[in-house]
Design a protein around this ligand. Structure first.
Ligand SMILES: [Zn+2]
Ligand SMILES: [Zn+2]
Length: 176
């Protein structure tokens, strides 16, 4: 009688279904992600808190730095955003937009109302921002002394400001 040995060839042994996998690396990367997120959040919130704190403190005008001046920017494609002031252009913050942006201020004709005007800032000898060049949107740049003129009546437009810039100014009453 030949010995028929049972061979496990017919059906391969099934692996246990309920295996507990150790997911340590995944957990680790998750923790890393969370702490990264916290760090990023802090990095974003910290300057805001700092500015608020600085704003409540009595900062003398001479200590005020250029970066504390928020202004409104408009890129060549027409996106608007707020960002600290600086000399020259800055890149548009909108995704997929690679256009340069310039600060926008409001200039008004007494007869025809306000116009949006791109301005370029420079720093004076006291490190205070001053407007050196400007242009009506879609027009060409002129010097601040030349000024921009109403496209309807040709009268010279008067600077009537930007909401955020004037807020910064009212908190910063420098005698001149
Ligand atoms: Zn843009
Ligand atoms: Zn006019």
């Amino acid at each position: 009688m030949p010995a028929v040995s049972k061979q496990p060839g017919g059906a391969p042994p099934r692996p246990k279904k309920h295996t507990v996998r150790i997911v340590k690396p995944r957990l680790g990367s998750r923790v890393a992600l969370i702490s990264l997120g916290v760090a990023a959040g802090a990095a974003i919130l910290f300057p805001i808190g700092w500015r608020v704190w600085r704003g409540e403190e009595d900062v003398s005008p001479s200590q005020r730095t250029w970066s504390e001046w928020q202004t409104r920017w408009r890129c060549e494609d027409g996106h608007y955003f707020y960002a600290p002031g600086q000399t020259g252009a800055r890149m548009c913050i909108h995704i997929d937009c690679d256009q340069p942006a310039f600060p926008v201020a409001r200039y008004s004709c007494p007869q025809h109302g306000p116009f949006e005007v791109n301005v370029l800032f420079d720093l004076d000898e006291n490190d205070h921002p001053k407007i050196t060049r400007l242009r009506l949107i879609g027009d060409s740049w002129v010097s601040a002394s030349e000024g921009v003129h109403c496209p309807r009546c040709g009268r010279r437009l008067e600077y009537t400001g930007d909401p955020l810039l004037s807020t910064a100014r009212s908190r910063n009453p420098s005698g001149g």
